[in-house]
Design a protein. Structure first.
Length: 441
């Protein structure tokens, strides 16, 4: 049983080193051999468990078990203070699993040591934004706090390792993929780490920052500039890839728009992390780009939390859900052709957001909360704000933020770009200026 730790759903319990853990942070775990719920972080002294005699022995014992959880696990070892952390690794057979690493008082403050940069994924960081829905709880899942800067790092790892397992991708292989920026950066990191070469096919809407990052990592970046039949660039990018494959069959196209591994990755990682960390979720707001995140979340929530209402958010001008095509300028959400993995009936509601509205929301979050986010997050939070009056009091809401705003300083957060892109409408210009603090309003 745990000793001296909070049991109430309302009252936090203290842990050593001056920290506090809310009762909502407790997770039941069988692998630790503990008799009660286990906080994600604490020390051995807080919980009496059965068995092991040293931190190394404890980790060794738990690593032999199949049910190691992707959260911090507390266990007892001779009364020594120590925290165990579950980190993602690839085993000898190429399978993804969790492995426990530990540190004790002698090593406190030292990071868990990983072998690959693409294993550094933070899936348990949420920002509370309850003011968005009066009477409710709002958690913004921040996916941009990894080396690739976006949720697409999980997509990249999932698709590449699936291709490796299937034999489609061998050592030293060559990948080609279409991306508006974020997946390209993520694949660049993964390919460098695995010794693969990578060609990214992108377009003028891609963040210049992302393009420079990819080139700095040795990626061959090809930028198409001809719009497709629906006014976007996706069809043109895919046509280019097909031409390259015809002339060079040795290239491997991961095809995020049709790849089931894209969906599975977000079911196993993104969606499961939300339910593991937050628990009950009444509403989930998720943006729709390739729809990999959306479909993965729908797959997992329909099985494990069927009562959750899933709200898909898309950009006006996108054809993903059958709407009329139109020009779009912000990368991330929306498509000019329907992704093969998309199943619109998997979600409960679809909200279309104008890019101007997304930009307003991005700037408002920066001004009010000091949080700079990308256009996809602006769209998702705009949809949440629009639906807030209809969300019942006491609801628990999760919104997914795919990336942060550093890549959009020259676009979303640049007044000149905003004015030249969306026009000089007086009301719109005044709203942008007010949000960025450039008027006396």
């Amino acid at each position: 049983m745990a000793h001296g730790l909070g049991r109430s759903n309302d009252r936090p319990g203290t842990v050593p080193y001056g920290g506090f853990i809310p009762a909502s942070a407790y997770r039941r775990t069988e692998s630790s051999g503990c008799d009660d719920r286990v906080p994600r972080s604490a020390t051995y002294r807080d919980l009496g468990c059965r068995g092991v005699g040293s931190p190394a022995a404890a980790c060794s014992d738990l690593n032999r078990r199949p049910d190691v959880r992707a959260c911090l696990v507390l266990f007892f070892a001779a009364g020594w203070p120590c925290v165990a952390s579950a980190v993602p690794v690839t085993d000898a057979e190429g399978r993804r699993r969790q492995r426990l690493a530990f540190f004790d008082d002698a090593n406190r403050g030292r990071a868990v040591i990983l072998d690959h940069v693409y294993d550094i994924v933070t899936d348990d960081i949420f920002l509370r934004l309850d003011e968005m829905v009066p009477g409710g709880e709002v958690f913004l899942k921040l996916e941009g706090l990894n080396p690739a800067g976006s949720i697409k790092l999980k997509t990249a790892v999932g698709m590449v390792e699936d291709a490796e397992r299937s034999g489609l991708l061998a050592a030293g292989g060559r990948i080609i993929e279409s991306s508006s920026g974020s997946l390209g950066v993520a694949l660049a990191l993964v390919c460098v780490g695995k010794g693969l070469s990578f060609t990214c096919v992108t377009d003028p809407n891609a963040s210049r920052h992302s393009v420079r990052l990819m080139r700095a990592l040795g990626v061959d970046v090809v930028e198409v500039d001809r719009r497709d039949a629906n006014g976007g660039y996706l069809g043109t990018r895919i046509d280019y890839i097909r031409q390259r494959l015809h002339h060079d069959p040795g290239l491997v196209w991961l095809n995020q728009y049709a790849n089931p591994a894209n969906v599975r990755t977000h079911a196993m990682r993104t969606a499961s992390a939300i339910l593991r960390e937050i628990g009950r979720v009444d509403y989930l707001f998720v943006g729709a780009g390739t729809t990999g995140t959306m479909m993965g979340c729908a797959m997992h929530f329909r099985r494990h939390s069927p009562q959750t209402r899933i709200i898909a958010v898309d950009s006006q001008g996108s054809v993903t859900f059958g709407h009329s095509p139109g020009p779009r300028y912000i990368p991330g959400l929306g498509t000019s052709r329907v992704p093969e993995i998309c199943r619109p009936d998997a979600v409960d509601e679809i909200v279309m957001v104008a890019e101007e509205e997304a930009v307003r929301t991005c700037r408002e979050l920066a001004r009010r909360r000091g949080l700079m986010v990308g256009g996809s997050t602006g769209s998702v939070m705009s949809a949440l704000s629009r639906m807030a009056p209809d969300i019942p009091e006491g609801s628990r809401i999760v919104a997914i933020s795919p990336d942060l705003g550093d890549r959009y300083v020259q676009t979303i957060y640049n007044d000149s770009w905003v004015s030249s892109t969306f026009g000089s409408d007086a009301d719109l210009t005044e709203a942008f200026m007010a949000i960025s603090g450039e008027t006396g309003h």
